[in-house]
Each structure stands twice: as structure tokens, then as C-alpha cells.
Design a protein around this ligand. Structure first.
Ligand code: MN
Length: 203
């Protein structure tokens, strides 16, 4: 199959003022689009892998031939990670999760604020480009971690519940060097219903 860029699930200006319209246009329409195009290009030499989704490719990354493995990590990761990222944001969002997810975060990290602090810290201490994540680790426990570049936690057997992009392309137009300000504003656009859905499916 040919990998395709799905439309954003909301308008480019839907996350204003936390994430500006132009950043969303470039981030989705140029950066994510390029990962999709380059994933398709990388797979041209591997017809037997063309039927696999980005998720399946990443979960079985050891089976991808040496010559294209890094390209699949970078671009398959870029495709999977961004698709997840768009899906857990939205307009009229933010606040704090209730229900089972709220309880699980409080239990794993002391409190919801404790969880936010862990994610912010993971994002702030990721040198260069990467992501901060909430995952179910291999033992099925909730954990916060960061990854470099487009490395996806699903490559190492973890399940990605929530991820926040800390590449400069995610925030530079509005926040310049102020990654901390971007991360603080990002919580205003987290769609907790979507995160709770992922949590329920993955747990
Ligand atoms: Mn990005």
C-alpha cells in the first residue's frame, strides 16, 4: 500500500492561540507530508513490506533490511508519531482527565500535576529534536520517557498513550527558543477524551 497523509482532524487554526495556524500548516502539510513521501520512497526497494502499516513496520523494525532500516525509523516513525500527535489534540480541550485515566496518572505519578511535570521535564531535557511520551512499558506500567529524532517507543515494545513533539519545527515560529512556554501552552490543547480512548485500548 501507499502510505498517505490524512487530513488534520480539525482546522489549522483550531489550536490557536496555544499553537498557531502557520505552525500547524507547515508542520502537517510540509513536515508530516515529507515523512510520508520519504517512507514510500524508502519502501520502493522492499515490495514485501509495502502492505504493512507504519505501526507494523516499527513494531517489527528488526525485520526491515539494513539498507532502509534507518529511513523507515525516521520516516515511518515520523508518520506514526505525528498521526498520534494530531489525534490527541483538539479545540476546546485541555483541563485534566477524569475517570480511569485520571486515577491511573495520579497513582503512577503522585498527582496529575506530578505527571505534567514529568512530561515537561522529559521534553525539556531532550537535547536537540525528539518527543516526550507517556507509555505503557514492557511490564504494562505507565512511564514517562523521551526519545530522540523520530524514534518511536513502539519500536522497543512499549505502547504509546500520549506524545508531545519537541522538535523546533513544532513551536519555533511562535515560541522561538522558549520550549518551556510551548510545553506549558500545549496542555491547553490536549484532547483527554482521545487520550482516554488510547489508554483504554492499550491497557
Ligand atoms: Mn513534528
Amino acid at each position: 500500500m501507499t502510505h498517505e497523509l490524512a487530513p488534520l482532524p480539525y482546522a489549522h487554526d483550531a489550536l490557536e492561540p496555544s499553537i498557531d495556524t502557520q505552525t500547524m500548516q507547515i508542520h502537517h502539510g510540509k513536515h508530516h507530508a515529507a515523512y510520508v513521501a520519504n517512507l514510500n520512497k524508502a519502501l520502493e526497494s522492499a515490495p514485501d513490506l509495502q502492505s504493512l502499516s507504519a505501526e507494523e513496520l516499527l513494531k517489527n523494525i528488526a525485520k526491515v533490511p539494513d539498507g532502509i532500516r534507518q529511513a523507515v525509523i525516521n520516516n515511518g516513525g515520523g508518520h506514526y508519531n505525528h498521526t498520534l500527535f494530531w489525534s490527541i489534540m483538539g479545540p476546546n480541550a485541555g483541563g485534566a482527565p477524569g475517570g480511569e485515566l485520571g486515577d491511573a496518572l495520579a497513582s503512577a505519578f503522585g498527582s496529575f500535576d506530578g505527571f505534567k511535570e514529568k512530561i515537561n521535564n522529559a521534553g525539556m531535557t531532550r537535547f536537540g529534536s525528539g518527543w516526550a511520551w507517556l507509555v505503557f512499558d514492557k511490564d504494562g506500567k505507565l512511564a514517562v520517557l523521551s526519545t530522540a529524532n523520530q524514534d518511536s517507543p513502539i519500536m522497543s515494545g512499549q505502547k504509546a498513550v500520549l506524545g508531545v513533539d519537541v522538535w523546533e519545527h513544532a513551536y519555533y515560529l511562535k515560541y522561538q527558543n522558549r520550549r518551556a512556554d510551548y510545553l506549558n501552552a500545549w496542555w491547553n490543547v490536549v484532547n483527554w477524551a482521545a487520550v482516554a480512548d488510547r489508554f483504554a485500548k492499550l491497557k
